[in-house]
Structures are given as C-alpha cells and as structure tokens.
Write a protein that binds this ligand. Structure first.
Ligand code: SAM
Length: 447
C-alpha cells in the first residue's frame, strides 16, 4: 500500500500523466480542482478519490484533466505573432509549397479553437482565389475534452474576440445573441482531436504527428517542468517538415533555451521573444521508452457531426465515420463502423478505421485483430503496417513490431516519394519512410 499522503500521490499522478509540474507547489489549488470531481462522484475523502482514479482509469482521468487544465486563449492572441505569420512565415511557406499545393499545420494545446481558427482565417485570406486548389490540413489538439467540445462548437463571446474590430468580426463570424459563431468556411478548415503532447516523450509519436509546415505550441509548456519543456520542444522540432517553423509562446521560448535547438530564425521575425525555430540540421534519433499513455484518438476532416444513417458511397461512409470520430462521438462511430463492415466485410479501409476506434477505447486486442484483418485484405496497406508496428511496440512486442515497421518502410520506399499515402492524412511516402527509418533506428534496426 502506498503510504504517501493522498495529495502527494495525486500530484505525482497528475504530473506524470499530464506534465503539469505547475501543481508541484500548489497543493491547495490541486485539492480544489480535485474536490470538484469528488463532489461530482459523491466521494468525501481525497484518499478515496485517488484510489478511484487509480482504479477507474481513463474515464475519470478525462474529467480530471478538464478540471485541472487552464484554457485561457483568444483570437489572434499576441498580435506580433500573427503579424509575423501573416507577413513572413505563411507567405514564405506558401511560396515554398507552390508545387505541391499542400500545407500541414498543428496547433497543440488549442483550447477552445481560437488559435487554429485564427490561423485558418489567415491562410484562407493569403491563398485567396487559389484556396480551392490547395490541400490545407489544420489540426487542433488538446488534452481537455471540454476544450475540444467548445472548439468544435466554434461559438465565442465578445471577450474571445477582443483583438478584433467590428468589421473583422462581421467578416468572420455570424452574430448569435451575445455570441459570435465562426463562419462555416473557416470552421471546416480545422479538425480537432484529443492529444496529450507528452506522448511525444513517452513513446514514438503517431504517424500523423509528422512533416508539419507550421506548429504552434503556445502557453502549454509553461505548465511543464523546465526539463520536460525543453525535451518537448526538441521533440516538436522533429515533427516539422525540413523547412517548417515552430512557434512557441513568449514564456516557453525563454524556458526552452537548449542551445542545440536554437538556430537563428529569419531576421524579420520579432526577436525580443524568439518564437520561430528551424529544426536542427541533424535531427536526433528517436529514443524508445515504453509508453505509459493510452493511444490518442486519430481522425480527420472536421465538420459538424453527421447522422449515422445511410451513407451512399465508400467515400461518404468514410467521411461520416471521420466526422463522428472528430466530434468525439466514438460510440456512434463504432456502431456505424460495425454496420458498414457488416455491409462490406472486404473493405480494408473499414477494418483500419475499426482498429483506430478500438484503440481510442483502449481495446488493444481488438485493434490488433482489426489491423490484421485490414492487412489480410490488402497486404500493401502501408499505414496499417505502420500502425500495427506501433501498437505492437507499445505492447512491448519489439520483434513483431520491427517486422511490421520494416514492411511498412519497404512499401513506403517503393511508393512514389511525393505521393500522399492512403489514409495517411496527407503524409507522403517520403515522409513516412523518414519517420520509419528513425523509428527502426531507435529500436535497433536500420531500415
Ligand atoms: C492556456 S491554453 C493555451 C491556448 C492557446 N495555445 C493560446 O496560446 O492561446 C493551454 C491549453 O493546453 C492544453 N494542454 C495542457 N496540457 C496539455 C497536454 N499535455 N497535451 C495537450 N494539451 C494540453 C490545455 O487543456 C489548454 O487548453
């Protein structure tokens, strides 16, 4: 039996799980946050609550994570950052991607969505008439379900829009009483998913966390210990495309001072708070540490949730599934997936999505079986090999994992380099090949 006082046990668990070292010297605040949850569960002592948390696992954790995270944000927060994005970073990235017409952007710790939506507005305006010819993927990730649900709703009060004048408000939002609802054209550019950025440190990152042209990680690492902030920043640079840019908040920029990371940004960017980084010239190899976190949801293309019934074509079915998953409606998505598989049991894609949904609900055995079904139906399904490899690695079956990752790497190498791979959210064969090389190196086998 653990003899530590309950508050210390809770603190250790919270810091280990969320990175929130911030609570290390804030017993009272943490206790107040936990008390909300104790109250909701009808529990009277912290001791019982911590016992419950250890026993109940992910469901109660999600509620506690909602209670302990701080979601302060607003549109176009820090005008200098957005001026740099508008006048320098995004135009340069757009120019550099003119041949492939593709931009991948990640806002991590996106809270209620104000940050990724602000970027969506900029990108759409900068691309102008060309927007329809581009594949723009913007992902907002957050550990808090409550934040993600607000982000998907895209409904804001005037305080969240405090940096914007009446003209811009009217241009980007529809008025709804005292609130403002972001126009659909911008909402549909961003998809949201539950993510814990600590997964970057405890396991190899999901395939989708790669080859980003732009990453924003602002006011998230300030809650972490300085060491974890530096390690996370370093890991984030490895999620960038070769000339991609990482934006940190002011405080994070001061925290993450590891010299190896800091290469000079473009001279026109504000330098009083360094926020633009280029990835190290020689990326560090991934190191493998057995993971402690559950798999994170994966999904794409966010719009409003759709009905379960009646998708006509495979693409429509997949879109409906993805929309449900994006909306956090995992049970509905599972039901729809089961229905679709009953209708078309030979679709490898459907079994692949079945696997993802099972991973979200921590059904590792079911996920492995679903991936194996997908691969039985299509043995060249690169991302299914990759996902299976990652799943096996997470279960400690390193040899089996290595086999799958090697197959994936051979298939990725054989595919046309710039071609986006099926079900890989715009990640190209060349990008995946690079990721796999790093991963295989980390577990002791060159690709
Ligand atoms: C203060 S808000 C920052 C919002 C926005 N980036 C900005 O600067 O305006 C911090 C957000 O990070 C999220 N967060 C905290 N820890 C996280 C973690 N380990 N992984 C992902 N998101 C996290 C919180 O839920 C919260 O929504």
């Amino acid at each position: 039996m653990n003899q530590l006082p309950a508050i210390d046990r809770l603190k250790d668990l919270v810091i280990q799980r969320t990175g929130h070292h911030y609570y290390a010297d804030k017993d009272k605040l943490l206790y107040e946050r936990a008390r909300e949850r104790m109250h909701a569960r009808g529990i009277t002592t912290l001791d019982d609550y911590v016992g419950d948390l250890e026993r109940l696992g992910s469901q109660e954790w999600r509620a506690l994570e909602d209670a302990i995270t701080v979601g302060e944000t607003y549109f176009f927060r820090y005008p200098d950052h957005f001026a740099a994005l508008r006048n320098d970073v995004l135009p340069r990235l757009i120019e550099a991607r003119r041949d492939v017409h593709s931009l991948r952007i990640w806002s991590i710790g996106c809270s209620n969505g104000a940050e990724p939506y602000s970027v969506a507005i900029l990108v759409r305006e900068l691309l102008g008439d060309q927007f329809e010819d581009w594949r723009v993927s913007i992902t907002g990730g957050d550990i808090s379900d409550k934040a993600l649900s607000a982000a998907r709703g895209a409904r804001y009060n005037a305080w969240a829009l405090r940096t914007m004048g009446p003209e811009d408000r009217a241009k980007y939002f529809d008025r709804d009483g005292a609130h403002w609802v972001l126009k659909r054209e911008f909402r549909s550019m961003v998809r949201f998913e539950r993510q814990n950025i600590l997964a970057l440190l405890s396991t190899m990152p999901p395939l989708e966390w790669t080859a980003f042209d732009l990453i924003l990680c602002r006011n998230v690492l300030i809650y972490f210990s300085p060491q974890q902030a530096v390690e996370t920043t370093s890991a984030l640079t490895r999620c960038l495309a070769p000339d991609g840019v990482l934006f940190l908040g002011h405080a994070e920029a001061t925290l993450a001072v590891e010299p190896a990371l800091w290469q000079s940004g473009p001279s026109r960017l504000p330098t009083e708070f360094v926020q633009a980084l280029y990835p190290p010239v020689t990326p560090q190899p991934w190191t493998y540490t057995p993971p402690v976190l559950p798999p994170m949801p994966h999904s794409s293309y966010a719009v409003s949730p759709t009905q379960e019934a009646g998708p006509a074509s495979v693409d429509e079915s997949m879109a409906a599934l993805q929309q449900l998953a994006d909306a956090g409606e995992y049970e509905q998505a599972e039901r729809l997936c089961a229905k679709l598989i009953a209708h078309d049991p030979t679709s490898a894609r459907l079994h692949y999505y079945d696997a993802i949904l099972r991973q979200v609900s921590d059904d590792v055995v079911g996920a492995e079986a679903a991936l194996r079904r997908a691969l039985y139906l299509d043995r060249n399904f690169v991302v299914a090999h990759h996902r299976l490899g990652m799943l096996l690695l997470a279960s400690g079956r390193v040899n089996d994992a290595r086999r799958e990752l090697l197959v994936a790497s051979r298939l990725a190498q054989a595919a046309s380099a710039a071609e986006p791979l099926p079900e890989a959210q715009g990640v190209s064969a060349a990008d995946l090949y690079q990721v796999l090389r790093d991963q295989l190196n980390a577990i002791g086998e060159a690709a």
